[in-house]
Design a protein around this ligand. Structure first.
Ligand SMILES: [Zn+2]
Length: 386
């Protein structure tokens, strides 16, 4: 047995409390206490792949968007500039001048999606960098060390991410490996003694509910401070992603946060929250922003369309972001067509604000006992046009 931490019987520094729960759906409003501040949940975490949310300054993220937690990618930062460099420069918080919470992923997803020459063994995964072809080995222990060097508040245990679809047997082997890697990661993490971080294991199991349940049950034995559900949004139908979350969530402890990785569309956020999910992240709002697709309270605005050429209205007249308060669709369309850098900034500010506003609205609705109505309205958003 590991020594008990002062929090929840977990092993790290992150503590979670549920402050309200929807009696109909099980959606929760909570507070996630991290060494770098308190995060209100449910929360959407903007993605800062290379220690930057593309197009935004940390000041805009903190002051304009009031984001309380960001995600950064272990794989990318390990390869460039290198975790030891970042450690020497003050960890991620100092390096990127962000004094709020940071979650890093395990590197698993990028190893399996970006790199080549992957040899997966029970010890770890050997891969070639997508940058220069150099060979690297990620093990459960080494990815914990990389994330500790980065100084993340929440670390992820190395997991095996499968493509879709795979056979039940392949997924079963992968679950066995993911559980064994998670155990190795936790043993290594706990050997470090007290750290200002928490480590979350990741539930895998491809698109098989029995494997998702088995994986969740085995990982819960680790008594982690929180749990992630990964391996979704890999090309499967969206109903199937939700089904996998439904399979895993009931097995996860109610007093720990649940994090679904890599989802989703604005109208899907409420679906996950309704299933008891507390944390999410996705590149969708920032990537789509740069591509000229803006999410609004009335659906999508594809800014390059000719209909916006002389449109003096803001992107979304219900939005209070800097972009919507000061700029017209016509101006944004002009910036986009002219290839101006400012477009990425203004569009990303708006899209992330939209995601964060949805989560704040859902949280408020849970607290007020009005979550089902709020969720229905948000899930019914049209996909196109306005
Ligand atoms: Zn806006």
């Amino acid at each position: 047995m590991q020594p008990a931490s002062p929090y929840n019987g977990g092993v790290g520094s992150v503590r979670f409390e549920v402050v309200a729960q929807c009696p109909v759906t099980g959606a929760r409003a909570g507070l996630l206490h991290t060494p770098h501040g308190v995060v209100e949940t449910p929360v959407f975490m903007p993605v800062g792949t290379q220690a930057t949310v593309k197009g935004l300054t940390p000041r805009e993220l903190a002051e304009d968007l009031d984001a309380k937690i960001l995600l950064a990618n272990t794989y990318h930062l390990y390869l460039r500039p290198g975790h030891e460099t970042i450690r020497r420069l003050g960890g991620l918080h100092g390096f990127m001048h962000w004094d709020r919470a940071i979650l890093t992923d395990s590197g698993g997803f990028q190893v399996f999606s970006l790199s080549s020459l992957r040899k997966v063994t029970d010890d770890g995964v050997l891969f070639r960098s997508h940058l220069d072809g150099d060979e690297h080995l990620f093990t459960p222990a080494s990815t914990v060390d990389v994330q500790l060097a980065l100084g993340s508040d929440i670390l992820m245990a190395l997991d095996e991410c499968l493509e879709y679809p795979v056979s039940h047997e392949t997924a079963r082997q992968s679950v066995r490996r993911t559980v064994s890697w998670a155990r190795a990661a936790f043993e290594h993490f706990r050997r470090q003694g007290e750290t200002a971080s928490s480590l979350f294991p990741i539930v895998q199991g491809s698109m098989f509910t029995d494997l998702r349940r088995e994986c969740a049950a085995r990982l819960v034995e680790l008594e982690a401070d929180g749990h992630a559900i990964g391996g979704l949004s890999v090309g499967e139908p969206r109903a199937l992603s939700l089904e996998m979350v439904e399979a895993a969530v009931p097995l996860l402890p109610r007093d720990r946060p649940r994090y679904v990785m890599g989802v989703g569309l604005p109208e899907e956020l409420a679906e996950y929250v309704a299933r008891g999910v507390d944390m999410m992240d996705c590149v969708m709002p920032s990537r789509n922003a740069r591509n000229g697709c803006l999410f609004t309270s009335r659906g999508r605005v594809v800014i390059k369309q000719a209909r916006y050429k002389e449109d003096a209205a803001p992107v979304d007249d219900h939005c209070g972001c800097y972009t919507c308060r000061h700029f017209s669709r016509a101006y944004l369309r002009h910036l986009f067509l002219a290839g101006e850098i400012l477009f990425a900034t203004l569009a990303t500010l708006h899209n992330l604000r939209r995601y964060l506003d949805i989560m704040r609205e859902l949280r408020q609705a849970i607290i007020l006992g009005a979550f089902p109505e709020s969720a229905r309205r948000l899930c019914a958003l049209p996909g196109e046009g306005k």
